[in-house]
Design a protein around this ligand. Structure first.
Ligand code: 5GP
Length: 119
């Protein structure tokens, strides 16, 4: 599958420092920051620094060190957030998945009891 990355998406602008963000963790390959419209007490977005459109793009095409760095950031966010009782990790993807920002991001959502994933 062909993945065409638009470098004008809002998370690309955040990575370039053109738009401010509330960073909670950063390493060589990933950035984690608070969602601007939180759906729960904990709502953090973890994004790779590389230009990947979606989770399937990232899984298929990111190098092993990029994937390790991304999941190290996920682990760090979970460790530092109030999610010991659980959380939801979500990667909305393309049209059917209702993905608004076309740069792969994983939502880490928790801090209270969530509802069922799908109605
Ligand atoms: P998606 O629907 O693509 O999975 O989720 C995109 C998420 O990005 C939404 O939860 C939205 O609130 C968040 N978002 C959109 N623009 C910004 C922004 O400029 N800054 C931050 N921190 N989050 C944003």
């Amino acid at each position: 599958m062909q993945f065409d990355y638009d470098d004008q998406n809002i998370f690309a602008k955040i990575l370039r420092g053109e738009i401010p963000n509330s960073t909670v963790f950063e390493n060589e390959h990933a950035l984690a920051f608070k969602d601007i419209a939180p759906q729960a007490p904990v709502h953090v977005l973890v994004i790779p620094k590389g230009a990947y459109v979606s989770i399937d793009d990232f899984a298929a095409n990111a190098r092993a060190d990029e994937q390790a760095g991304f999941f190290a950031a996920v682990a760090a966010v979970c460790e530092m957030s109030d999610v010991a009782q659980g959380f939801r990790a979500v990667a909305n993807t393309r049209t059917h998945g209702v993905q608004d920002v076309p740069h792969f991001h994983m939502h880490i959502i928790g801090g209270n009891q969530l509802g069922r994933m799908l109605p």
